[in-house]
Write a protein that binds this ligand. Structure first.
Ligand SMILES: [Zn+2]
Length: 179
């Protein structure tokens, strides 16, 4: 178990474009994925992208089930069921014209939440840890979470969708808190 340091905005490494991963995964990359999961659960967060721990690779992990109140309050399973998902070299094949607005936050932009409007549904192709390709449609919270995570692979943060003034204020606040 290795919890890694999460980079905090503003940090140039959060702005890099991540490289595709090649298969089969090296021991080093498998270790990075394990560390990403440990770091996400430790935070805790619902998702983490490799650039957030300073690794410029197209990998993200998510575990969004704990958001579901039915799961969390299931008496047979008081801890809720966690489902760790690993997304490698993800690519959106389609995004809906219909938009949805959710309040977003980010481990790299602590103590900051803001509403962001994104396509409500997406079709995604990605690879799993065995190098197997998958294609699936997502909507609701997961569609938003995946777009947020994969923005990190393009050097993008959710605050980029806010007004320049708002972004400036957030950056100023975080610089003060974390430098
Ligand atoms: Zn994030």
């Amino acid at each position: 178990m290795a919890v890694r340091e999460v980079l905090i905005h503003p940090d140039d490494r959060l702005r890099e474009i991540a490289e595709p991963v090649s298969f089969p995964l090296s021991t080093k990359v498998k270790q990075i994925i394990e560390d990403m999961a440990d770091t996400m659960y430790d935070a805790p967060g619902v998702g983490l992208a490799a650039p957030q721990i300073g690794v410029s690779l197209q990998i993200a992990v998510t575990d969004t089930l704990w958001r579901s109140s039915e799961v969390r309050h299931d008496p047979d399973n008081p801890g809720g069921s966690h489902e760790l998902k690993v997304w490698i070299n993800p690519e959106f094949l389609w995004k809906s014209d219909e938009m949805a607005t959710w309040e977003e936050g980010c481990l790299s932009v602590p103590e900051t939440f803001a509403e962001v409007t994104r396509p409500a549904a997406v079709r995604l192709r990605w690879f799993d840890m065995d190098g197997e390709a998958h294609e699936q449609d997502f909507d609701d919270f997961l569609a938003v979470a995946l777009q947020h995570e994969f923005d990190h692979l393009l050097g993008k943060l959710f605050i980029d969708y806010l007004s320049p003034l708002k972004r400036k204020m957030i950056t100023k606040k975080l610089k003060k808190l974390y430098k």
